[in-house]
Design a protein around this ligand. Structure first.
Ligand SMILES: Cc1cc2nc3c(=O)[nH]c(=O)nc-3n(C[C@H](O)[C@H](O)[C@H](O)COP(=O)(O)O)c2cc1C
Length: 238
């Protein structure tokens, strides 16, 4: 896992061996989970994927509705359709971001963009896409007012998504949360055969990790925490 640059043929771990890695200390999993975009192209066994999906659903949902659904996409034709949809947008905006970074001489950003470029170019070859979906109803909706309906809708999906990302990290799978590949939701719905009442929320391409895990860099805690009221930041380092 995480052997970026290796030329050795990849051999996936046995499912039991991979699942035993779920005993990884929680802080290690949380510190090192990150968007791993370079993946080995070998298939991911259902014996590994299904337990991870099941564990991820220990997450909360608004009013405990559990109106979620996972679409697991492995069919090459379906993956090719999704790749086509993604690249229509990707080819529009990636050159703009790249030109800006080149103009600014931002080498770090240019380096950081490469795994995403690799992923976009190989999108249909990635082993499996997990597409978390949720059913809209009177209380939970991805659009409209009041805002709490929208929060309840997306808030019923992303806790499970994060559980899945952490599970993938622990067993040695690479995964990343992506919303852009389904930027055109009606089109994505048609590709996936979803009824109008069910919204796809994001796409999580998954495969055995070729790219590296973290530790990730995030803003310092003192900068993020406000105590009792906005602006009171006693944990800020002076
Ligand atoms: C709501 C949301 C949407 C995202 N959409 C995309 C996406 O469309 N494409 C992509 O490459 N990454 C996407 N990401 C991944 C973020 O870019 C990534 O998590 C962030 O840059 C931190 O990366 P790291 O965890 O590797 O440090 C998304 C993340 C979130 C939380």
């Amino acid at each position: 896992m995480g052997d970026e640059g290796s030329t050795e043929p990849f051999v996936a771990p046995e499912p039991a061996e991979a699942l035993a890695r779920l005993g990884m200390p929680m802080d290690e999993a949380m510190r090192t989970q990150r968007a791993v975009r370079r993946l080995h192209l070998e298939p991911v066994s259902h014996e590994v994927l299904l337990p991870l999906l099941e564990l991820s659903l220990k997450a909360p949902t608004s009013s405990n509705t559990q109106d979620w659904m996972y679409l697991v996409v492995e069919d090459p034709a379906q993956k090719a359709e999704l790749a086509k949809l993604y690249r229509r947008l990707y080819r529009l905006f990636n050159p703009i971001v790249q030109r800006q970074a080149e103009k600014a001489g931002d080498e770090a950003q240019l380096r950081g963009m490469r795994p995403g470029q690799w992923q976009a170019e190989h999108f249909e070859e990635l082993p499996v896409f997990v597409i978390p979906c949720y059913t809209r109803n009177l209380k939970h909706s991805p659009v409209g007012r009041p805002q709490i309906k929208v929060a309840s809708f997306y808030g019923s999906v992303f806790p499970a998504v994060q559980n899945l990302l952490l599970g993938c990290r622990a067993v040695g799978l690479g995964a990343s949360l992506q919303t852009l590949p389904i930027w055109n939701v009606p089109r994505a719905r048609r590709i996936l055969g979803l009824p109008r009442s069910i919204n796809p929320v994001c796409v999580i391409p998954i495969g055995w990790a070729k790219g590296n895990y973290g530790p990730t860099t995030r803003r310092p805690i003192g900068e993020v925490v406000h105590l009792d009221r906005y602006g009171n930041q006693p944990f800020l380092e002076r």
